[in-house]
Design a binder for this molecule. Structure first.
Ligand code: HEC
Ligand code: HEC
Length: 367
């Protein structure tokens, strides 16, 4: 029976293959349409190392500083030095590196961290990434001139351009000639095989689609063997000089694939407060509250049980048991200093929605 079914499947596949060869572009009547040139243009925004794709525009260091302080510093620090949200962007390069195009600290034994400016070889990469992905909580909101300006400011505090510099589609070429790690990129490895491998070898990933006896759902993971896990103390705490770096807490056992890393083992269970005594307190509604968190973009910065930019909701709940009014006010107004130096911006949701979330938080942020 099984064989028989397989035979039918093969026959159908063969027939389909035949049909496709006979008619290479399979158009289904009434379905879909060609993308318009405008739609294609909206997607086609990449900027290449030779600056193909870079739109004309310009921005000064001074203008860029305003943008940086308003839209970037809360996460990356005033000087791009912060490692709280992501590894630091600025730092670790010297005037000598700008001369040679090789960042010496990348190969200095014991140098504790790698900033973006130490690694990046092409200034176009920075322009492109900021243009498409930053600020993290509002990507693609910067105008072309703003991307030029904020990048000019970053290049200035990185020691690459002077304070009176104007970055535009022409001067960016001069900047490329001063990028500290511009000569640090190599293709002499098997991922993009370079000279060292004769140039003609195959890349080390070849992506041949599995057609037979395939694992249903391959799970990829990278981990230290058990005997090595705690051999050097907690690696996540050891890279500090240019700001905190991210890493795995190697004093804990390796979490199983697909599992979240273990929370602090001694963390008490969230208390279920009893705020519902007041007439207007309302009952916590986890479903509604979670939907509101989603809708209002809160989960970009807060995890349910893990810290992202802001604290985990379970931690907030523990700190403010039963405190509905306080929480509702803070949710709308934002604030800084309760959990650390990163501010929470004011939020635009309605008072009623803030209250629904506050009631749920005050009752323990349960499921
Ligand atoms: C809400 C927090 C947040 C804000 C605000 C923010 N960023 Fe980022 N930024 C991040 C995170 C997180 C990453 C890492 C993202 C990733 O790898 O996908 C990042 C990465 C970057 C990188 C790439 C670093 C690298 O080495 O790959 C650059 C450059 C950058 N941001 C610039 C900016 C600029 C410029 C602004 C302001 C216009 C900004 N960011 C605003 C959180 C933020
Ligand atoms: C851009 C990132 C960001 C967004 C978006 C964000 N928060 Fe926050 N939130 C933070 C940070 C950072 C803190 C810690 C502020 C502090 O230390 O005082 C925080 C703190 C809080 C607190 C605790 C306040 C206290 O005084 O203890 C609550 C409650 C909260 N946020 C709820 C929300 C809700 C609800 C939303 C969505 C409507 C939201 N946040 C959106 C970053 C954010």
């Amino acid at each position: 029976m099984f064989r028989f079914r397989k035979a039918i499947v093969s026959a159908v596949l063969l027939a389909l293959a035949g049909a496709v060869t006979a008619q290479p572009i399979l158009k289904l009547a009434g379905l879909g349409r060609d993308a318009t040139p405008k739609e294609v243009a909206a997607w086609d925004i990449d900027v290449r190392p030779d600056f193909k794709g870079l739109p004309a525009g310009s921005g000064t260091v001074a203008k860029g500083q305003d943008i940086w302080e308003e839209k970037c510093a809360s996460c990356h620090g005033f000087f791009g030095e912060s490692g709280e949200v992501f590894s630091p962007i600025i730092g670790g390069v010297t005037p000598k590196d700008i001369e040679t195009g090789h960042v010496a600290n990348l190969i200095t034994p014991g140098y504790p961290g790698r900033t973006t400016f130490m690694k990046v070889a092409s200034v176009s990469t920075l322009w492109d990434f900021i243009n498409r992905a930053m600020p993290w909580n509002a990507p693609k909101t910067l105008k072309t001139d703003e991307v030029y300006a904020v990048l000019a400011f970053m290049l200035n505090i990185g020691g690459i351009v002077p304070e009176n510099f104007t970055l535009n589609e022409k001067t960016i070429r001069d900047v490329q000639a001063r990028m500290p790690n511009r000569n640090g990129m190599t293709t002499d490895h098997t991922l993009w095989p370079g000279k060292e491998f004769g140039g003609a070898k195959k890349p080390d990933t070849q992506n041949v689609a599995c057609m037979k006896d395939c694992t249903p759902e391959p799970k990829l993971a990278s981990f230290l063997p058990d005997f090595a896990r705690n051999a050097h103390g907690n690696l996540a705490e050891q890279n500090r000089m240019v700001g905190a770096q991210h890493g795995a807490d190697t004093t804990q056992p390796e979490p199983k694939v697909g599992e979240k890393p273990a929370a602090t083992p001694t963390a008490p269970k969230p208390q279920t407060g009893t705020p519902a005594t007041g007439a207007d307190a309302g009952k916590p509604d986890a479903k509604k509250a979670t939907a509101l968190l989603q809708k209002n973009g809160c989960l970009v910065c807060h995890g349910m049980t893990n810290k992202i930019v802001g604290p985990a909701y379970t931690d907030v709940a523990k700190k403010h048991v039963g405190n509905v009014e306080y929480l509702a006010t803070k949710i709308k107004a934002g604030g800084v200093g309760v959990w650390g130096p990163i501010p929470m911006p004011a939020q635009t949701l309605s008072e009623a929605d803030a209250k629904t979330i506050a009631v749920w938080l005050a009752a323990g942020a349960g499921k």
